[in-house]
Design a protein around this ligand. Structure first.
Ligand code: 3H9
Length: 734
């Protein structure tokens, strides 16, 4: 039976009522838990045997905040149906009821969890407890008094910083800031310390504090307003014009100007305004979608199937990808055998791993001792002699099909029969990679794709590609490895480009088509990055990846999807001119030799653009390029991407449309505030996307119209009103 949310209540012989929030796993504040908390507090304050109250959490955690699933509950209404009258009543009981209330926190106290704790008269926390208000990452603002109490407890500047960055702090830092009153060294010391503090306050031995009315940590009004102005400017830069961070600061400002009580009312209004925005729906969608990628039908739900530990991984190839993968593994405690073809290449790979780890030490992300331990887990190899130790192999050599086929045939002999054999290819059909393996379909159950994104030790996504033969056990093991190395996995089907690169190819091609139509590439980049919110535009991305790689990878799509590719002279011309991007100091942009900062290079680019435009002849000679607005540019770039995304969903390459949303956010940099590719497409609406694609097709010579041809899935959604995110009806999967 599903666990029921409950605030458990008991009174101990010393007169302390202990209220325990219990709703596994993280005691999220479900409306029933809030109601139960209210009843328990009422009982405690009314009971003459109770001298003081300690509020704590079960399941080794205090509370992860309001139950986020309520935000998606259609019956709950906007803002998760939060009942402000209950919340106000709870806070009144916590802070100003007949008996003092002390919060005893461990694990996490986040969002509404920390807000409840701040409503208490004091807080005791176990070392290492995470305290924070991450509501902005969900597109809302703290709605349980956090905008008022946090600045009054830790100071206005720190309070704003904590809310705007959403970054939690540890209890130790909380003690220094005044958010925590007593630090318990461990979980066993928590309740005794909280109990003692509660009884001390009840007996008048320690003062009873009321955070809502405190003003000692707030600066004088003029200074406070100047500080809030700075915070607004910072929020504007950080959140690129999003409304909810400003709404959060509106609530803080109201409290600073008119007092905590008025501030609470302003907070309620600002919360409701933020909760009504699409940004909030998009970010909540991504929160759950990201967790749902770990649940794969036929793999994680198979009774009795347990992941086997992967302790040792052999990585083939010490280039940029291989060394990044080896770094990610070693940092997570996995033993790595790095194999290269020569000592020189091996030394290069090892040096890259060392540099990756050293940069983490430099940034303060790890100690030198931990770095040394990670490096100690990596050994080099020039042959397969040690491969019998490997539980898994990740091949990361160049994208050369015959070479990969030979490697997999060799691996079949060199590795144990239970070892997983994976390739990090970014586009090549996995079955093709394994085509020279001799063991047949049954043996190929251990063949899969483990596609990392560059830089592999930093990028958060792992695309796990299964063929029709890949075994559930092998997928489960790889999912577990992915969690161990702190990557979000997305299990996808086998095709050219899998999910991520498949939706990436129209992104670059449509941008190149715009350049051939006569548009300024820098304007295109500005619209895509500045206005839409991608980390960088398609031309800047080309320079990061390298025109040579772009050309090489693009060729696979030209072969696999000839009906819908746009082939131009532009990228080959850049290659011929050695304008490969960052690595040669010039591409679409030029790069400062010292700082590597990119700046436009219109003069250098002009002859290549002119040549490509002449050859493409998308507009008649002498005619002006079409007058496209920034919105037109965005539609031109992203609607073909959506169209390909729809094919990926319809073909069942992703298990569910939300997986593509996660992949697009985590590997492509699609703005999370838009909820991922397909979620965003639903907000735009299939009918508009279809209409625009048809319009664009009519603007180019007929031989290029196929690039914009809407796929059946998109057409059907436009005609029927069915959401693209709903996925195809099971029987309709292609
Ligand atoms: C809020 O509080 C608004 C208030 O200001 C207003 C109140 C009136 N609700 O992430 P994990 C689930 S807004 C529902 O895999 P980890 C999660 O889905 C809230 N469910 O573990 C997962 O379920 P499943 C502000 C939640 O160790 C399971 O718990 N709070 C919630 O990697 C395990 O989670 C936040 O934004 C929740 N609040 O990370 C905190 N939290 O197993 C959101 C977790 O079925 N939570 N679940 O997939 C987190 O950031 C992480 O979960 C946390 C643990 C860091 C706590």
């Amino acid at each position: 039976m599903a666990p029921q949310p409950e605030a458990q209540y008991r009174v101990d012989p010393d007169g302390v009522a202990v209220i325990t929030l219990n709703y596994p796993p993280l005691n999220a504040l479900h409306p029933l838990l809030l109601r139960s908390l209210f009843e328990a507090l009422r009982r405690a304050h009314a009971d003459p045997a109770v001298k003081a109250v300690v509020l704590t959490g079960a399941n080794n955690n205090f509370c992860a905040g309001f139950d986020i699933s309520q935000f998606q509950n259609p019956d709950a209404g906007s803002g998760g149906g939060i009942d402000n009258s209950i919340n106000d009543a709870i806070c009144k009981y916590l802070e100003g009821g007949a008996k003092p209330v002390v919060a005893a926190v461990q694990g996490v106290a986040l969002g509404g969890g920390l807000e409840v704790a701040m409503g208490c008269n004091a807080r005791v926390a176990v070392r290492g407890t995470k305290l924070g208000l991450p509501e902005l990452t969900l597109g809302i603002i703290p709605g349980f008094g956090g905008t008022q109490r946090l600045p009054r407890l830790v100071g206005l500047a720190k309070g704003c910083e904590m809310m705007l960055t959403s970054a939690p702090i540890k209890a130790e830092a909380g003690l220094k800031l005044g958010l925590v009153d007593v630090l318990a060294p461990d979980a066993a010391g928590l309740m005794p310390a909280a109990r003692a503090l509660a009884l001390d306050i009840a007996a008048g031995r320690r003062p009873r504090m009321y955070s809502l009315t405190r003003t000692d940590k707030l600066p004088p009004l003029g200074e406070a307003l100047a500080l809030l102005d700075m915070a607004r400017a910072e929020a504007g830069r950080r959140a690129r014009g999003l409304a909810h961070p400003q709404l959060c600061l509106d609530a803080v400002q109201a409290g600073v100007e008119r007092g905590g009580q008025e501030g609470l009312a302003a907070e309620g209004r600002a919360f409701a305004a933020a909760a009504a925005l699409d940004t909030h729906k998009a970010l909540v969608h991504i929160f759950f979608a990201q967790r749902a990628t770990k649940k794969v039908k036929g793999v994680t739900d198979v009774p009795g199937l347990k992941p086997r530990p992967i302790r040792c991984v052999a990585v083939l190839g010490g280039g940029l990808m291989g060394s990044g993968i080896a770094t990610a593994l070693a940092l997570a405690g996995v033993e790595v055998i790095l194999k290269e073809v020569s000592q020189q290449f091996l030394d290069g790979g090892m040096a890259r791993i060392k540099a990756n780890v050293a940069s983490r030490v430099k940034k303060g992300a790890m100690s030198q001792a931990a770095a040394d331990a990670a490096l100690g887990r990596v050994s080099g190899a020039l042959d397969y002699a040690g491969f019998a130790r490997a539980d898994m192999v990740i091949e990361a050599v160049i994208e050369d099909i015959p070479l990969k086929q030979k490697i997999f045939a060799d691996l079949e002999k060199a590795c144990r029969p239970d070892a997983i054999l994976s390739t990090n290819t970014s586009t090549i059909d996995i079955e093709l990679v394994g085509a020279k393996m001799s063991g047949g379909a049954a043996a190929r159950r251990r063949l899969l794709g483990a596609h990392f994104f560059s830089p592999a030790h930093i990028m958060p996504l792992l695309e796990i590609v299964r063929t029709k033969d890949t075994g559930a056990q092998e997928l489960l093991d790889t999912l577990a490895l992915s969690s161990a190395i702190k990557k979000t996995p997305v299990v996808v089907g086998n095709c050219t480009g899998f999910a991520v690169n498949r939706v990436f190819f129209p992104y670059t091609m449509s941008a190149v088509m715009l350049a051939d139509l006569g548009l300024d590439p820098y304007r295109v980049d500005a619209a895509v990055a500045g206005r839409f919110g991608m980390p960088m535009g398609p031309f800047r991305l080309n320079d990061l990846v390298g025109s040579d790689i772009g050309l090489h990878v693009g060729a696979n799509f030209v072969t696999s999807f000839p009906d819908r590719v746009y082939v131009s002279r532009l990228i080959p011309a850049l290659n011929e001119a050695k304008r490969l991007g960052e690595k040669t100091g010039k591409g679409f942009y030029k790069f400062d030799a010292k700082t590597r900062k990119a700046s436009p290079d219109p003069e250098g680019l002009a002859p290549l653009l002119e040549g490509s435009r002449r050859e493409a002849a998308l507009v008649p000679a002498g005619a002006k390029p079409p007058a496209l607005s920034d919105q037109d540019i965005l539609d031109w770039i992203f609607f073909p991407v959506v169209n390909e995304g729809c094919r990926v969903v319809a073909e069942g390459i992703v298990d569910k449309a939300a997986d593509l949303d996660v992949a697009s956010v985590m590997a492509m940099g699609f703005p999370p505030v838009r909820g991922g590719l397909i979620f965003w497409a639903d907000l735009v609406g299939a009918p508009r996307i279809v209409a625009r694609l048809k319009q664009f097709a009519a603007m180019v010579p007929p031989q290029h119209a196929g690039f914009f041809a809407p796929c059946d899935y998109l057409l059907q959604a436009a005609a029927s009103g069915r959401k693209l995110s709903a996925g195809p009806p099971a029987a309709a999967k292609l």
